[in-house]
Write a protein of this length. Structure first.
Length: 193
């Protein structure tokens, strides 16, 4: 079995790597093609060519789903990447649906306390905030903050980041204007999930 690295963007929480396992021989070439396609999508995304990046990320997602399965962490990471590019294009409804589905699958597959599952919940919260769905955004982000505080402590940077995002959602709610992704939280951050 060969390991390959799939790089992409996860949307909101930081730089990660997504590892998938390729099947022996025949699928080794396919894994190389998927890795190259993912790298190209990342480059297109970073250069603002979202339409082309969206098509490539979708192709990566479909290929991974067929090779390693729809619940494999690599496939879920590619779904997150697809959601991130939808977010960057301003398609909040599409990004919300993809982030929600990814979050639900990660919760079931990895467990609600898994860092990727927590990141998916925060990605959804940011997307909901930007779409003006503040109450649901707060619900998800308060869950993220609670889990991070429980796991890492009150003063951990991730716990503080989660509290900061709660305050930003509350501020957007008070102003009545859809929030924009705050610095360090938006889908412009390159992260494979």
């Amino acid at each position: 079995m060969k390991k390959f690295i799939l790089l992409g963007l996860a949307g909101i929480t930081g730089l990660l790597c997504c590892f998938g396992t390729a099947r022996p021989r025949r699928e080794a070439d396919t894994s190389g093609q998927i890795a190259r396609l993912s790298e190209r999508a990342m480059a297109l995304y970073s250069h603002g060519q979202f339409d082309r990046a969206k098509a490539d990320f979708l192709a990566v997602r479909v290929s991974l789903s067929q090779i390693v399965g729809p619940r494999d962490p690599a496939t879920l990471g590619s779904r997150n990447n697809h959601a991130a590019v939808l977010f960057a294009m301003g398609d909040f409804a599409g990004a919300e649906a993809e982030h929600r589905s990814t979050m639900n699958l990660r919760d079931k597959t990895l467990g609600r306390l898994n860092p990727d599952a927590i990141a998916s919940r925060q990605n959804l919260a940011v997307t909901l905030m930007c779409a003006g769905k503040y109450e649901e955004a707060l619900l998800h982000q308060r869950c993220v903050e609670s889990v991070r505080r429980h796991l890492f402590g009150e003063n951990d940077p991730k716990s503080r980041q989660a509290r900061r995002l709660i305050m930003l959602i509350e501020d957007a709610m008070k102003s009545g204007k859809p929030g924009s992704a705050p610095s360090g939280f938006g889908s412009s951050a390159v992260l494979p999930a």
